[in-house]
Write a protein that binds this ligand. Structure first.
Ligand code: PNS
Length: 172
């Protein structure tokens, strides 16, 4: 039996967007197993806890046709250590505009130094999603805007709840 081709798609997913889901469904066609790795990333001060982010990704992945080859899991520490641990040869990242390039270029280069056996491969965001970012989704949500164009209904509901709770807390 030939070895499994395992890919890792890492991210903060704070929260998961339609753009992420597009990359996940396309990446799932390339690998025998795709691990969606949700970073603990304490440094980024996420709006959602790790458990909430995991649950949102799991909920959205459950609706995909290739969900049987997708595993959603948390990771902490270096991505390259995680890739080695799970036997992944490729890290997948999505690329949107040119503005993503520098950050992704640096990260791919530094990760390649840490573990040259793991390749970073990029999928271009599809035209429907190339402008979506978790950061702006949160900003729109926090300001009471309609996020339903950018995230699944379940995630939209979570955002509305999160920001209405925050508003109530801030009023007190
Ligand atoms: O969705 P994001 O926030 O752009 O994802 C960034 C992520 C989680 C892929 C990146 O921060 C990461 O890999 N973190 C793990 C720590 C690590 O390996 N850092 C070295 C990167 S060169």
């Amino acid at each position: 039996m030939s070895p499994q081709r395992i890919g890792v798609y890492p991210g903060s997913f704070d929260p998961v967007t339609n753009g992420h889901m597009d990359i996940i469904s396309r990446a799932a066609k390339i690998f025998d197993k795709l691990i969606v790795a949700v970073a603990l990333n304490v440094g980024k001060n996420p709006v959602f806890t790790l458990e909430e982010r995991l649950a949102m990704v799991e909920g959205d992945v459950a609706g995909l046709s290739l969900n049987h080859i997708i595993e959603v899991t948390a990771f902490e520490g270096l991505l390259m250590d995680f890739a080695k641990e799970v036997g992944a040869g490729v890290v997948i990242r999505g690329l949107r505009a040119v503005s993503d390039f520098e950050y992704e270029f640096q990260m791919a280069g530094m990760n390649a130094r840490l573990n040259p056996k793991v390749e970073t491969a990029f999928l271009m965001a599809s035209d429907r999603n190339h402008f979506i970012s978790s950061r702006f989704v949160k900003e729109i949500g926090a300001l009471g805007g309609d996020v339903s164009h950018f995230v699944s209904p379940k995630v939209a509901e979570k955002l509305v709840k999160r920001f209405s709770v925050n508003k109530a807390i801030n009023k007190d």
